[in-house]
Design a binder for this molecule. Structure first.
Ligand code: GLC
Length: 477
């Protein structure tokens, strides 16, 4: 019999998405195919269209006791494209405008909200037999502690860090509300500079830990990228592995993408998409290189570098299109820059099909991230024949080779790589990109080569399956 695995995440595409976690939670469970019978669990946020996906209640509402309070919880479910999804509904967790809060500030009661999500996952683990529960980011991290504490639950736990910069930090008083004993408020458990750190629960108590690229797995052991947890991670490094994410190559496929004006199989076929986007944005010059940025306007994504460099990039013969949302301060600064540049456009917000059209139209994707655990956009860019311009860090270092070293026999994807996150390096990289664009033959060769590269989950899913197998046959205890 195929073993069952429960994949728990606070966001899953297409139901709820703010970042790459949602894409991974969508595509990894599918990639496990016949090896594991995967189910996915997430909160039933108010924004999720219940009718569209035929999401229906499973059983009766029930009471979950957490701390001294009784919470009423309902489980819902649906099957979507062959995968079973389970949803946790409680007004406290789900009836909000945003998933976690605004870009500036998380909701004050997030500890209790995601504590409750974790208790609901635990209730399911008690009721159904899962060999493994795969937990993602701080929102589900407490489950590792709850399983560790409950001798009746034999499910093995795997914890994935998608981004160490978001750890789930709360006042010490939340422990009582979470029904977690004070004995867990120590340096080697959940305490972190006087606060409670959810991520520490995942790191300390999961049977095994992964992060989303091999380079990031090394970087987080250092003070530069460890976000204060480097020492703690070093204590647990024996159970830490870096596995590069993949992308869903059916979802991100220019040959069959229904969001595009004209599907295509090679770089020449991008023309209609480029003309269409330029027209839509009111930009001129199909023969000029088009640079795009798609991502959250947060420091991690190198937005400061971008803001400083944009006027100089705009002075070159090119067009620039930005898509994203995020911190107010960045939005305002970007607006300030763009006002004065006739060849830059910014679209605020995030719409999946518009993002697809941008990848299809783009010649280059700007990705100057200061740090990047994995990054999926560079892989999507490869698939759509847009050449990524990246800072060599984290998953970008593991997935983008320097175009100067291009050989057509290689199976790697190529881009324009810079090594220090400074405005000067970014600007030089963009200049190099403009030169590459002028060398039409090489540009086309590299784009076509990248489009053929395999960034599907096939390889990485195998690595996860090996880890799951070693957990279930008791090699990792
Ligand atoms: C986070 C990281 C990103 C990664 C994604 C999926 O959003 O910032 O680098 O690709 O999670 O793992």
């Amino acid at each position: 019999m195929t073993k069952r695995i429960l994949f728990a995440a606070s966001e899953v595409y297409p139901f709820a998405k703010t970042g790459g976690l949602a894409d991974v939670a969508h595509s990894l469970p599918r990639a496990l195919k016949n090896s594991y019978d995967s189910e996915v669990i997430l909160p039933l946020y108010r924004s999720i269209a219940r009718e569209e996906y035929s999401i229906l209640p499973i059983g009766e509402p029930f009471i979950l006791r957490m701390g001294d309070v009784d919470y009423s919880v309902e489980m819902y479910g649906c099957t979507y494209e062959g995968i079973v999804y389970r949803f946790v509904y409680s007004p406290l967790l789900c009836d909000r405008e945003f998933l976690y809060g605004t870009a500036q500030e998380g909701y004050a009661d997030n500890a209790v909200r995601f504590g409750l999500f974790s208790y609901a996952i635990m209730a399911l683990l008690k009721e159904e037999q899962y060999a493994i529960v795969h937990l993602n980011d701080w929102q589900c991290a407490l489950v590792a502690l709850l399983v560790h504490d409950d001798l009746e639950v034999t499910t093995k736990t795997l914890y994935t860090i998608h981004n160490l910069a978001y750890q789930g930090l709360f006042e010490a008083t939340v422990l009582k509300e979470l029904g977690i004993s004070d004995s867990y408020f120590t340096h080697d458990t959940l305490e972190f500079y006087g606060k409670v750190n959810f991520m520490k629960a995942g790191i300390a108590y999961a049977n095994t830990i992964t992060t989303v690229s091999p380079t990031y797995a090394k970087e987080i052991l250092t003070p530069e990228a460890g976000c204060g947890l480097e020492g703690f991670l070093q204590c647990h490094r024996h159970k830490l592995t870096g596995i590069l994410n993949g992308i869903d190559t059916e979802h991100f496929s220019p040959t069959s993408d229904r969001a595009l004006v004209a599907p295509y199989t090679n770089v020449k076929g991008k023309k209609p998409s480029k003309s269409d986007l330029l027209k839509q944005l009111g930009l001129k010059g199909v023969t000029k290189p088009l640079f795009v940025f798609i991502g959250r306007f947060v420091s991690q994504k190198g937005v400061d570098l971008l803001i400083e460099t944009l006027p100089k990039i705009a002075a070159m013969e090119c067009n620039i299109a930005l898509l994203g949302e995020g911190e107010e301060q960045y939005y305002e600064k970007l607006c300030g820059v763009i006002e004065r540049q006739p060849n830059i456009r910014m679209t605020f917000g995030y719409e999946e099909s518009f993002a697809h059209r941008m990848y299809a139209a783009a010649d280059f994707l700007l990705m100057p991230s200061l740090f990047e655990p994995c990054g999926l956009n560079q892989m999507i860019a490869f698939a759509y024949g847009a050449i990524p311009i990246v800072h060599r860090v984290g998953g970008l270092a593991d997935s983008v080779e320097r175009f100067e070293t291009y050989t057509h026999e290689s199976s790697e994807g190529y881009g324009v790589v810079f090594f220090t996150p400074t405005p000067r390096s970014l600007l030089l990289a963009v200049r190099k990109s403009c030169d590459l664009y002028k060398d039409k033959k090489l540009f086309d060769q590299i784009s076509n080569h990248n489009m053929q590269c395999d960034f599907s989950w096939d390889q990485s899913a195998k690595s996860y399956i090996t880890l799951y197998d070693s957990l279930t046959i008791g090699e990792i205890v």
